[in-house]
Design a protein around this ligand. Sequence first.
Ligand code: ADP
Ligand code: GN1
Ligand code: MG
Length: 354
Amino acid sequence: MEEIISAFRLPGRAASCEPYGHGHVNRTFLLTLEDGSHYILQNVSRTAFHDIPKLMENFAAVTKALAAHGGDPRSCLHLVPTRDGRDYLLDASGEYWRMLDFIEDSVCLQSPETPEDFYQSAVAFGSFQRLLRDFPAETLYETIPRFHDTPDRYRKLHAAIDADVRGRAAGARREIDFALAREDAAGALQRLRDSGALPLRVTHNDTKLNNVMLDAKTRKALCVIDLDTVMPGLAAYDFGDSIRFGASTGAEDERDLSRVSLDLGLYRTFAEGFLPACGGLTGAELDSLPLGAKLMTLECGVRFLTDYLEGDAYFAVSRPEHNLDRARTQFKLVADMELKWDEMCAVIREIAAQ
Ligand code: ADP
Ligand code: GN1
Ligand code: MG
């Protein structure tokens, strides 16, 4: 690790470097220098991302565009260059590393402590989309092709069921049946995208609450992080993924499913922050938001289930059934959204009319 750290242009010597955060994909470390200052060191996942140099070009271009809007320097990520002036390091074993300024005096939440926290995350993700409205989307490399192409996620699920490399399919029959029963309906957003009914925007695509930092003192939205999946996408993806994670009454890996449901109050709170911050959503986009919530949740459940069947190659796990537990919470949430569907649609109509 010392060799990796010393490749970056830092203003002092490292005192410690510890695993940090709750990300499922990259490996993140908190680096502390002898003077007490902090940095974030990340080993970017080669399992998830196939062309990391191109991903880092996106990262640098997007952070530059965001920084050009000015404001608090903590409102945007800043890369620390390597000693030879690059944005990332490729080490001798073929691993990719990047270093980021640590966003001081901020908090990163796994679930909202108050509805206001969730409202602020909605403002952050909505503003992110608005600030990148004029960004030339066609210059962005697709870091994970078909990332939110739900039918494609189902094709991968079918392949995993057929291969059943770990012999886990029999024990996951109920979850498999739940997913397959919704396969046709799951293509709705992709069909709207393909038909051109919904406009493509530069979206974040991974809008979990723990991908936004809030100011520790004011508790206001500060900075959107985890920019690896910034690509052209739909407003419904970003709205939907936020609801999936932050408006659930239970954690993503909760084992007691009676604790998992959609909190309609938090759903409304998020919509109240997101719609005005985004601004200019078309009528079709507004109509697609509840669908985004349901399908991002279903899609994520399908991804967890697929990874479980494939032997946990993609998402970091800390117990053997971790991905199956995650798939179960997502499917429980989908079932609850089906029950609350009319209210979910009514809330968006009401806020859009204000
Ligand atoms: P992953 O793709 O694995 O989710 P993230 O980029 O989201 O990786 O980073 C993981 C965690 O590290 C975040 O949830 C956050 O707590 C913390 N983190 C990331 N970047 C910063 C930063 N610049 N300043 C402070 N904390 C950060
Ligand atoms: C991953 O990287 P992280 O932990 O923020 C995943 C998301 C999933 C999420 C589920 C690049 O997000 O798509 O929705 O886990 N990111 C990638 O928690 O696959
Ligand atoms: Mg993250």
